[in-house]
Design a protein around this ligand. Structure first.
Ligand SMILES: [Zn+2]
Length: 302
């Protein structure tokens, strides 16, 4: 039997080099031949602004949660901290024409700091958009977008698998108050998976809870992106997203993963600054190679 050819065929099918596949079978362990291919292909992450990020997989660029408005375009969120401040608090770090260079959009939920009027105006109407559910998809279609799809357990785009994850946009107490729960709405996250590539988990606007813990256990991400801006609603103690302690939780729950803090210093109700977060990372003696707090525009390759 021509093992070399067989491995080459497997490698072609899974997008990895034959060399990697060979390396997987040359070890002592018999089980290594059935293991996933080594994750040697580069995955790129870029922080744009707020929760807007780009994830690049095998030449496909996913733009997540585009908020494209100029600084101060919208009033602050009513009933939240610092609502006298106008959103977004800062400008985009690059021209809009640069931000919208993508192959697909993922909208984790339809709050205006994740899918704003400027994005609805500025994104090409035929660009594929993944929404968390049919309700959000219908809203996006009403805005004139022609290729709106609903994210599922096993959605594939250009060979990259997208897996919808669950989340909760506030703590249990908030969710028990119908008017607030309605405002906070339903949210999703997404896991990016592809043979030969690092698995990336973008948790979205969620608090730390069992849904997040389960997603980490199930998908074993190599890179975890958390919205750590600690956004707060007036009259409630906690936050409606994550904060520094949640980043530390993720750091401990996924000891091999890189953990990225995003969604900071861009909207009025976010109470967690990057400096606070960096100070906390130092205080807890977290490995600075493993916890990343990108500036707007900054990117990493994994
Ligand atoms: Zn948000």
């Amino acid at each position: 039997m021509n093992i070399a050819r067989m491995l080459r065929n497997v490698a072609i099918a899974t997008g990895t080099s034959a060399l990697v596949a060979c390396a997987g079978t040359s070890g002592q362990s018999a089980s290594s031949s059935s293991a996933a291919p080594a994750k040697t292909q580069t995955v790129r992450f870029q922080q744009i602004r707020n929760a807007t990020i780009k994830v690049e997989y095998a030449g496909t660029t996913f733009l997540v949660d585009p908020m494209l408005a100029k600084k101060g375009a919208y009033p602050g969120f009513e009933g939240t901290y610092n609502s006298h401040l106008r959103n977004p608090l800062v400008e985009l770090p690059m021209p809009v024409s640069e931000v919208i260079k993508a192959d697909a959009i993922i909208v984790t939920h339809s709050h205006p700091d994740h899918w704003d009027e400027a994005a609805k105006q500025g994104m090409p109407k035929n660009m594929p958009i993944f929404a968390q559910n049919e309700e959000d998809a219908q809203g996006i279609r009403k805005d004139g977008f022609t290729d709106v799809r609903v994210l599922g357990e096993n959605t594939v785009f250009n060979g990259t698998r997208l897996i919808k994850t669950e989340g909760q946009h506030g703590d249990d107490r908030m969710m028990k108050m119908p008017p607030l729960a309605r405002l906070l709405g339903t949210v999703a996250g997404v896991v990016f998976q592809r043979p030969g590539h690092k698995t990336v988990y973008v948790a979205g606007d969620t608090v730390w809870n069992s849904q997040v813990e389960d997603a980490i256990k199930k998908h074993k991400p190599d890179v975890i992106v958390l919205n750590t801006g600690y956004a707060r609603v007036l009259g409630f103690d906690g936050s409606i997203i994550m904060g520094k302690e949640d980043l530390y939780r993720a750091y401990r729950a996924a000891p091999q993963a890189k953990v990225i803090g995003s969604h900071m210093e861009s909207v009025n109700h976010g109470m967690q600054t990057r400096k606070d977060l960096r100070d906390y990372i130092a205080e807890k003696k977290m490995d600075p190679q493993r916890v990343l707090v990108p500036a707007d525009g900054e990117s990493y390759s994994f």
